[in-house]
Design a protein around this ligand. Structure first.
Ligand SMILES: [Fe+2]
Length: 228
């Protein structure tokens, strides 16, 4: 004899987590000497070039040719970033490591007290990221100084935010020096005003993935959950 209808919902088994958004935040170990050299290079460049205005309000934004600077420290940095982007891309398509090409565009940011970056995203690329050369000094009275904030990319979920994490919330990260952050380029993000002493120095980059066999098939294939 059949029992009464019942349901035993077990999130680990029965929950399909769709539309999760990958954000990498990983520390580069023993980065102090590299960071010192990058800081020296960037501040020298800042003295020599007027910079450009993009999302930066008051801060200095270098030209977007940093990935091509012929400097050992820059080559070292991108030698550290590239395997992470390659592993991340391969992991997400279930085929590690990513075997296609990667085209980088990069620039330096120098924010001093009062500088911030307004909300923006990076059209035309797959991944964007930031390497934090020197996050400057903390202002004890201003806990939101120099944070990067990500908007929930699922458009209208903010119409009815749920307390806690699930929908319509902002993800906020207070970076540390020597940390590497990578996120999908479509996510809108902003940097809160930096209020500490000295400079908050970062290197931002965009990555275009290209030329991996099988990519087109996966991009069209989608993913279909099935209940058993
Ligand atoms: Fe950005």
């Amino acid at each position: 004899m059949a029992g009464n209808p019942r349901v035993e919902f077990e999130p680990k088994r029965d929950l399909v987590l769709s539309y999760t958004t990958p954000i990498v935040y990983v520390k580069v170990h023993d980065s102090e000497a590299l960071d010192g050299e990058l800081k020296r290079l960037i501040l020298t460049e800042e003295k020599a070039k007027p910079g450009v205005t993009k999302s930066n309000i008051r801060g200095w934004h270098s030209d977007t040719d940093l990935a091509q600077w012929d400097k050992p420290a820059v080559k070292t940095l991108f030698g550290l970033i590239d395997p992470v982007v390659r592993r991340l891309s391969g992991f997400l398509v279930g085929r590690e490591p990513w075997g296609g090409g990667m085209r980088y565009t990069a620039w330096a940011n120098v924010n001093r007290a009062g500088s911030y970056n307004k909300m923006h995203n990076h059209p035309g690329f797959h991944w964007s990221g930031v390497y934090y050369v020197d996050v400057g000094e903390r202002d004890a009275n201003e806990t939101d100084s120099g944070k990067i904030e990500f908007q929930d990319p699922r458009g209208f979920v903010s119409m009815l935010p749920i307390p806690g994490k699930p929908f319509g919330q902002t993800t906020s990260i207070r970076p540390r020096s020597g940390a590497l952050l990578i996120f999908p380029s479509f996510i809108y993000h902003a940097v809160t005003p930096y209020t500490g002493a000295g400079e908050r120095i970062s290197i931002a980059f965009n990555v275009l993935l290209e030329g991996e066999s099988g990519w087109k098939k996966d991009a069209e294939g989608g993913r279909t959950p099935s209940a058993t």
